[in-house]
Design a protein. Structure first.
Lengths: 74, 195, 428
């Protein structure tokens, strides 16, 4: 099933399917890229940022940014 | 010649800098901005060479002012050797920055820092093979204890610009030498995807 | 097979091409063994999760504050410095310095004294004496230095451990609502030490809008360690209220600025590094650089400032200014006309200003609420000269003008509001 990264539940895992064009280069250096396994490490309440884990690295993304990433989850 | 110390934030770059330089260090301000960086001198083959601690960056595609300055400093010091400090436990992410710098034609020495952390995490890196593929010196280091620094310093003179085509080619060649026919075919398929 | 593909390589590679290459390199050179989650990983995650992270953040900040008060305030300032300055330094200077009470030069350098029942009497502490060699040196070396040192020590430890990015994630929820990053917590925090490095630390904010907002808020609402040190020494019982008032102003005014300043407020993209053991050498180096820089800025300004304020008192300029601005201060802000003196000093240094205010307090001419209002006013009305100079360097004059205009409007609105609330509560 496909969903936005922002819609993933806490501790859910998936594979990055699509990243908005304008975002791709910005987060490429942090290791977030299409085809990678991604885990939702924490979600902050009231539309706060998310923290995701890719390759054992943790990155915090604003919710609006997380909305621009599509993830495939089982 | 100058030496630029580059790498992600939080990979121990400042500990690196402190180890490589002597007592004479200056904190300066990049002209027209409030971005600070450290500058010092290190002894290299009986010569004092300027060492600049470039602000931490994840890529040369700047997303904030500090990264912008990092890119500008790189561009302004065309004749520099870049010591690229990577977190050995996160090699892939680090190689992204290293490749970007190599692509721009700079001679690079790769330091695989926090080697001990990588070992603790059961991550094994074939340094020699990595060196062969990249065509640049690769040295495992532990900045906190100073391990690997002698070797790193001795290899700075070996750094030379490498063409990215060469790296793409050597990835293929190494895989061809090392793998079975099936894997080779697979490798060929993948490099088609590259171009 | 590969030869014909090679010609099409374009430099630099695209993002996807580069990652493809890295994955191939990594496949051949890196072997990822079984990875066990350790206690450190668990802590790393727990401190960024809201349910567990927020209590930890509160505990960290509380610990920070307690250490700050105990180490700087109680141990060094009250334990050693007050005794040294009041019991030895001041009497010693008073005993031999040329001129004696009433002499202008003596007043400027050592002790201006104060009128008690129509008689000029000597001061018995360094806050009241108001000479360059007494109050000036006491402010810098007796109080402020220890406050700043304590502050930077803990800040450097938190920084090197890798805690700050987690704090940034936790506060991003709130700060994003006013158009800032969670990362804005770092310059804000750093400014509690000194606004100068605080302004410097605005660099990781992405857009001009965010940097402009951040600097304006820092300059107005974040008191520096020097100021906090002095306030803690003079009005420890009011600290909670002062911080609350400033925090409300910071968020409220940030909310307004976010609405009126043009530009984008992009969202957070930030690495959350693993925790690390800090090295003594690195912390020592940071502490040394930051503290020595602070002294370089602070010492000349405080000493020069005390000379200027002293001269203004001696020549009567201060009385004239008090007469001119007194009505405004009285009616609008509800503070006595004498407050003009600390406000003048505040142009140069905030700690000096609070010090001057301390002198006034000792003479018993202010109510508690007036002291509170004056301290808040001092904090918000103008950044110190050093901060202002740095802002000038960072931003163009248009933005500085904008910052300045919002500052003036802010001081009047917020200062008036505090007075109004005071009147309604019946304490003003």
């Amino acid at each position: 099933m496909e969903k936005k990264l922002s819609e993933m539940d806490f501790d859910e895992e998936g594979t990055v399917k699509e990243i908005a064009e304008d975002l791709r280069a910005k987060i490429a250096g942090m290791g977030i890229r299409v085809g990678k396994n991604i885990r939702m490490a924490t979600k902050q309440p009231i539309k706060g940022p998310v923290v995701v884990e890719v390759d054992k690295s943790f990155t915090s993304l604003g919710l609006g940014i997380a909305e621009k990433i599509v993830v495939e989850v089982e | 010649m100058k030496i630029l110390l580059m790498g992600h934030p939080n990979v121990g770059k400042s500990v690196f800098f402190n180890r490589l330089t002597g007592a004479k260090v200056f904190e300066s301000n990049y002209p027209g901005t409030t971005v600070d960086f450290m500058k010092g001198w290190m002894r290299l083959e009986r010569e004092d060479v300027e060492l600049i601690d470039v602000p931490g960056a994840f890529s040369l595609e700047p997303k904030d002012r500090a990264e912008e300055v990092a890119v500008k400093m790189l561009e302004e010091n065309r004749d520099s050797v870049v010591v690229c400090v990577l977190d050995a436990s996160k090699v892939e992410r680090g190689l992204y920055l290293a490749l970007e710098i190599i692509e721009r034609g700079y001679p690079v020495v790769v330091a695989l820092n926090m080697w001990d952390v990588a070992e603790d995490k059961n991550i094994r890196i074939d340094v020699e093979k990595l060196e062969r593929i990249l065509g640049v010196p690769v040295v495992p280091t532990i900045a906190i204890s100073g391990e690997g620094f002698k070797e790193l310093v001795s290899k700075i003179k070996d750094a030379a610009p490498v063409k990215i085509e060469k790296i793409i080619e050597s990835v293929g060649a190494v895989s061809a030498a090392a793998s079975t026919g099936e894997a080779q075919a697979q490798g060929g398929g993948e490099s088609a995807a590259v171009s | 097979m590969k030869r014909k593909l090679k010609e099409v390589v374009k430099v630099p590679l695209s993002v996807d091409e580069r990652w493809d290459l890295i994955e191939k390199i990594s496949k051949q050179t890196v072997e990822f063994g079984a990875y066990k989650h350790t206690l450190k990983d668990a802590i790393a995650e727990l401190t960024v999760k809201p349910l567990t992270g927020i209590p930890v953040a509160i505990a960290v900040i509380y610990g920070f504050w307690s250490f700050f008060c105990d180490f700087a305030g109680t141990l060094f300032t009250d334990g050693f410095m007050v005794k040294i300055f009041d019991e030895h330094w001041l009497p010693w200077l008073q005993s031999f310095f040329l001129g004696g009470l009433g002499n202008p030069f003596y007043a400027l350098m050592v002790d201006a004294g104060h009128i008690e029942d129509g008689v000029l009497v000597a001061s018995d502490n360094c806050f009241e004496a108001f000479g360059v060699l007494t109050s000036g040196l006491f402010i810098v070396f007796g109080v402020v230095l220890w406050a700043v040192l304590a502050f930077y020590l803990i800040f450097a430890i938190l920084e090197d451990i890798g805690y700050l990015p987690r704090l940034a994630v936790l506060v991003d929820t709130v700060l994003h609502k006013i158009g800032l990053h969670g990362y804005a917590i770092v310059p804000t925090f750093l400014s509690l030490g000194c606004n100068v490095p605080g302004v410097t630390a605005t660099r990781p904010l992405e857009t001009r809008k965010q940097r402009f907002m951040m600097m304006t808020l820092l300059a107005i609402f974040v008191p520096c360690g020097a100021q906090i040190g002095i306030m803690q020494e003079l009005v420890p019982e009011l600290m909670g209220w002062i911080f609350l008032t400033l925090a409300i102003g910071y968020l409220g005014f940030g909310f307004i600025l976010n609405k009126i300043v043009l530009g984008k407020s992009p969202e957070l993209i930030m690495d959350v590094p693993p925790y690390q053991m800090p090295t003594l050498r690195n912390i020592g180096r940071k502490l040394w650089i930051r503290t020595s820089r602070f002294l370089l800025v602070a010492v000349p300004f405080v000493l020069l400032g005390s000379i200027i304020v002293g001269l203004m008192y001696l020549t009567g300029a201060m009385d004239w200014l008090a007469a001119v601005f007194g009505p405004l201060l009285m009616v609008w802000f509800g503070v006595p006309s004498e407050t003009v003196a600390p406000l003048i000093a505040g142009f140069l240094r905030k700690d000096l200003a609070v010090g001057v205010l301390g002198g006034l307090m000792a003479q018993g001419i202010m109510t508690t609420f007036q002291v509170f209002t004056s301290v808040v006013l001092l904090c918000i009305y103008f950044p110190c000269l050093a901060t202002f100079a740095l802002m000038l360097k960072e931003e163009n004059w248009k933005e500085i003008l904008g910052s300045f205009a919002s500052l003036v409007a802010m001081v009047f609105v917020y200062g008036g509001l505090i007075h109004l609330i005071g009147i309604m509560l019946g304490v003003a």
